[in-house]
Structure formats: structure tokens, C-alpha cells
Design a protein around this ligand. Sequence first.
Ligand SMILES: C[S@@+](CC[C@H](N)C(=O)[O-])C[C@H]1O[C@@H](n2cnc3c(N)ncnc32)[C@H](O)[C@@H]1O
Length: 255
Amino acid sequence: MRPFYQSERATIYQGDALPVLRALPDNSVDAVIADPPYCSGGASTATRTNNSARSKYVSTNAKHNLASFSGDQRDQRSFTYWCTLWLGESLRLTNPGGVCLVFTDWRQLPSVSDALQAAGWVWRGLVVWHKPGARPSRGRFTNAAEYVVWGSHGDLASRELYLPGFYSVTTPRGNARTHITQKPLTLLRHLVNITAPGATVLDPFLGSGTTGEAAILDGRKFVGVELSEQFAEQAAARIAAAEQIVSGRTEGGSS
Ligand SMILES: C[S@@+](CC[C@H](N)C(=O)[O-])C[C@H]1O[C@@H](n2cnc3c(N)ncnc32)[C@H](O)[C@@H]1O
């Protein structure tokens, strides 16, 4: 399988995550940090399966023209089944003691925790990502959080490590945002701390490459997959820039 981008620290494949993951070797990564299409948005199956990602996740008065992405129209049952398939492959790729972190929202939380366990991971808990800028809705609670369902491949590798279960970080805005569901770099840099320095992190749904940038900046190696060529290019550029920063640090003698 030919990588789309390859460097000393990072490899990116452009293609459908499932066949790409199937082609990678057993026990080749230490952690999976995944932000799949949520297949959410809308109160009914019809709105979730008929509308584009952009029409579901971007407000109608948004001033940007960022592209939509595919893979967001699965109904509840096929979403859960599909997650079980790629999470099963991810387990095979992850060393025993390694971890898996999957982003989701309130609506898909039960599907993702079911799929994680059905795929063979030991479910360890939820990390809450609080979004301080979330828009209030009249007459109801604001949906001001997204979640990271996480688990381990068997027993957790033992480390002297204490991490919070809650992060409050605003979503990327303005020029810092190049993908409609881009995650904040600061958040990913916090999450990457669950892995040991030098570990290899896999993200099967790269988007603009936030996980890859965080992993490289924090001294990890990285493997990523993205279906869209446009986003694979964006991710490769971000990861290459992060690698330059890390190389500069090494040449300058700092860690
Ligand atoms: C939620 S976004 C990831 C956003 C990313 N975390 C970021 O910060 O930019 C999901 C991404 O998965 C990609 N995608 C959808 N279906 C896919 C598939 N079957 N295999 C690989 N990538 C896929 C989409 O193109 C989209 O960019």
C-alpha cells in the first residue's frame, strides 16, 4: 500500500479507513485516537441520513465556505456496525496495554460505547470536552459538550500518570479552522498525554490532521488515514510543519 505522505515520524494513507487498516500489521501502534464522522445531527433518521455533513453541523448563517465531507449518512444500526468493524481492526493493530479514544456526541454515545466493547476493547470511561462557546437553545439545556469514549487493549499499561477527565476548550475559529468539524489542537495535545513519549498514535479519520499535528508536536510517531484527497493534503501540510518545528527543537538542543 503506497502512503500518501511519508516521513521519519509520520505516515498518511489516503483511502477508506477499513481496507487501509486491514492492510496494516498487527501490534504496530500504541494508541488509536479517532474522530469518525458522527452520523448525527437531526432528531430523526431521515435528517441524519439525508443531509450532508455541512448542512448538519454548520449553521446557515456561517460566513465560511469550508467543504463538506462524506461518510456521515449512516443510520443508527449501520453506524454501530461500521464502528465495530474499524474498532476491531484498530484493536488488532494496537499493542496490548494500548488505548483507544473515540470522539462522539450525546446522540451517538450509546452506539460508540457499544461498538468499542463489541470490538473487544475494555471500556474505561468518558472524557468530557466542554465547549465554552456553545450556542444556547431557547427552552432547553445547551449541548455544550462532546465526549471521548475510551478503552484499553486488555489491561492498561501501568504508568505514573494522572490526567483530568474534563477539558474546557473552544472550537477552532477564523483562519485557524480549515475543516467543518475540526477539533482544537490544545485538546488533542492534552489527549495525546495518555500515551508514552515516543509512542505511535493512529487516527483513521484524519480530517485536517489535528491529531497528527498534536502527536508530532508532543514527540509521538503518527499514522493517519483520510478518505478525501483534499483533507489528506491539508493534514500532510500540517504534519510536515509540525515536524519542522520538532526538528528545529532537536537541532537547537531543547527537547
Ligand atoms: C470528523 S472529521 C475529522 C476531523 C479532524 N479530527 C480534524 O480535527 O480536522 C471525519 C473525517 O473522516 C473522513 N472520512 C469519512 N469517511 C471515511 C472513511 N471511510 N475512511 C477514512 N476517512 C473517512 C472525512 O472526510 C472527514 O474528514
